[in-house]
Design a protein around this ligand. Sequence first.
Ligand code: PEP
Ligand code: MN
Length: 361
Amino acid sequence: MTEKTAPQPTVFSLKNRSTPLIISGPCSAETEGQLLNTAKQLKATGIVHLLRAGIWKPRTRPGSFEGVGAVGLQWLQTAKAETGLPTTVEVATTEHVEQALAHGVDVLWIGARTSVNPFAVQTIADALKGVDITVLVKNPINPDLNLWIGAIERIKNAGITEVGAIHRGFSRYGEQTYRNAPNWQIPIELMRKFPDLPMICDPSHICGRRDLLQKVSQKALDLSFDGLMLETHIDPDNAWSDARQQITPEQFHEMYKALAFRKPIAEDLEADPLEESRLKIDRLDEEIMTLLAQRMDVATAIGSIKKLHHLRVYQPERWEVINKRMIEQGADAGLSQPFIEQYLKAIHAESIEKQMNVIND
Ligand code: PEP
Ligand code: MN
C-alpha cells in the first residue's frame, strides 16, 4: 500500500489576482464570538481573501486594550476551519512568530511600530529563517522610505520569498484630516524601485475615521496598489480598539461595490485614452503637495530663527528678489505671469502665516 503524503502547506500568494487582494477583519480579536461572526460575515461578502485580527496590540499608551494574546490564535484557527479564509496576524517578537506558526497562521504582518526598529525586524527575520510563509511589512510610523525598504530587505534576506508591503500612512504632530498622513509619493517611490513588490493600502489606519475610507481606497486602487487591508467589526462602535475607523463587513461590501476598478494602463483601443495622463497628473499633484508642505516647514524654521534674532517676519526686499526670479523662471518654463503671480501670492501668504504663528508662540 502506498502511503499518502500529507498535503504540503501552500504559501499564500499575494500576486497574480484578477481582482485586488482584500484583507479584512477586526482591528483586534476580542472574543471568540466577535471574531467568528466577523469572519462569517466577511466570507459571505465573497470579496475577502485573507482574515486579519490583531492578537498582540502595540498601543500608544499603556492601559488601553493590549490584545487577547495567544488564545486568539485558537479562535483564528476556528474561524479558518469554519469559513475557509486563511488568516493573518501582527507579530512583533520571536515568541509571537513561534506561536503564530504553531497555530497555522497563513500570513504574518509586521506593524508600523516594529518596522521602525531594525533590531526588532532583524529578530523577527532571524525567527523566520527556514520558514516558508508570506510576510507583509507595514511602513514605519515615520516617513522614511529607506527604513521601510530596510525592513523588507531583512525579511527577504531571511529567505522569505513571498513578501509584500502595506502602506498605512505616517505619523505627524498635531490635528489633521488623516490619522496618519498618506504621503502617497513614498509608496509610489517604493513601487517604482521594486515593481514586483505587492503593495497593499491600509485605508483604516490612514483615515482613522469611517467617512474617508471610500475615498482613500479608491485613490489607492487608482495609484495601482495591489490590494486593500481594511478593518471590519460586527459592532464597530463598541470595538475595543480603533472603533472610529472600523465598519461592518456589510458596509465594507457596499463600499467595495462602489469602487471603480480601473485598468492599469491603456492596453487596447477600448481603454480610456485619458487614464494614463490622469494617473500622471495625480502623482504630480501629490508631489507638488509634498513639496509645498516641505517649503512651509522651512518657512516655520525661518520663523524660529527670526524670533531668536528679533527680526521682522516680512522683509520686502527679500520678497521682491524671490518674485522677480520666479517670474523669470516661470516665463522660461512657459508659465504665464498672472499664473505665477497668483501662485506666489498664495505661497507668500501661507509662509507669512506660518512664521507669524512661530513668532507669536
Ligand atoms: C493594526 O493593523 O491594527 C495596527 C496596529 O496597525 P499599524 O501597525 O499600522 O498601526
Ligand atoms: Mn487597528
